[in-house]
Design a protein around this ligand. Structure first.
Ligand code: GUN
Length: 294
């Protein structure tokens, strides 16, 4: 079977074009959408992600600023910064890059962001709204997976989606997105996790298999039904002495081994990642439209 490689980069470019029109409409009305990114510490992956988000925002005409805090910053100091941003009318979106250092309670920090400015969709109010079926700002990676599926001709309606991983950021929220009784969702879903015995028994039943467990190349060819669509959410740095940086990015699937087995698969990098950034900008523009409406 020939496997189609789904370019998240190309699909994200088409989303950016649509978002560019929304930014132009806002600017015509005299509003510049503005995103503030908060990063604590110097985790190399976080530095890279935040830089990508800021750059993509600017390319689209969204004002973006990153505020960097030293690793020893207290939770109280970080929350005070968030409250200031909540109160600033010129700021429409706030993103706290995760993970945070272990002395800071992530849940308390995420709950401090005003729900209307919560462009990560991780505030309890936004997660609750998603779960009860009236979503406002949806977590970026699950939304990215949904848009990628729909826009590549693999709409999830009526399909059996098997999700590996139950993090709030990815697997658990993707379940909430794809279980919606709505167009572009309406899937039958199995969520597998570290407590699932015989993972392959479940993954082999997937029409659409989503790997989001954070384990390099965990999904091997024998775990995938021929003709399945495979979405790889994993971003893992593995050592590679042949590269300048000394590492290379791989996903949660054995990409090379799945070529010829899957009907379609997303690469890492260049698959879900660029779409996640596009969905962050989507949320920032939506938040700006809502805050300046009327
Ligand atoms: N770290 C890894 N992915 C994400 C994300 O989607 N949002 C935030 N805030 N941090 C992350």
């Amino acid at each position: 079977m020939e496997t189609k490689v789904l370019s998240g980069k190309e699909i994200a470019a088409s989303v950016h074009r649509e978002l560019g029109e929304r930014v132009a409409r806002l600017r015509k009305k005299g509003t510049a959408p503005r995103l503030v990114l908060l990063r604590v510490g110097d985790d190399p992956a976080s530095i890279s992600y935040v830089r990508q988000k800021e750059r993509a925002a600017r390319e689209l005409g969204v004002e973006a600023e990153t505020r960097v805090f030293p690793i020893q910053t207290s939770e109280a100091r970080l929350c005070a910064e968030i409250r200031d941003l909540n109160a600033a009318p010129s700021v429409h979106g706030i993103l706290v890059q995760l993970p945070l250092p272990s002395h800071i309670d992530e849940k308390r920090v995420l709950a401090t962001v005003h729900p209307r400015k919560d462009v990560d969709g991780l505030h309890p109010e936004n997660l609750g709204r998603l779960l009860r079926g009236d979503p406002y700002l949806v977590p970026c990676t699950p939304h990215a997976v949904q848009e990628l599926l729909v826009r590549s001709g693999h709409a999830p309606e009526g399909k059996h989606v098997v999700i590996c991983g139950r993090s709030v950021l990815n697997g658990r929220s993707l379940f909430a997105v794809l279980i919606q009784k709505a167009a572009r969702a309406n899937a039958t879903i199995t969520v597998c996790h570290t407590g699932t015995p015989d993972l392959a028994h479940f993954t082999r039943q997937a029409d659409i298999l989503v790997a989001a467990m954070g384990t390099p190349r965990a999904i091997t060819a024998d775990m995938v039904r021929e003709g399945a669509v495979v979405i790889d959410v994993g971003v893992n740095r593995v050592p590679d002495p042949n590269t300048k940086s000394g590492y290379r990015l791989v996903g949660d699937t054995d990409f090379a081994a799945l070529l010829g087995v899957a009907a379609a698969i997303t690469p890492v990098p260049g698959g879900v990642g660029p779409m996640t950034v596009a969905m962050l900008l989507w949320n920032t523009i939506t938040a700006c439209e809502v805050q300046t409406a009327g």
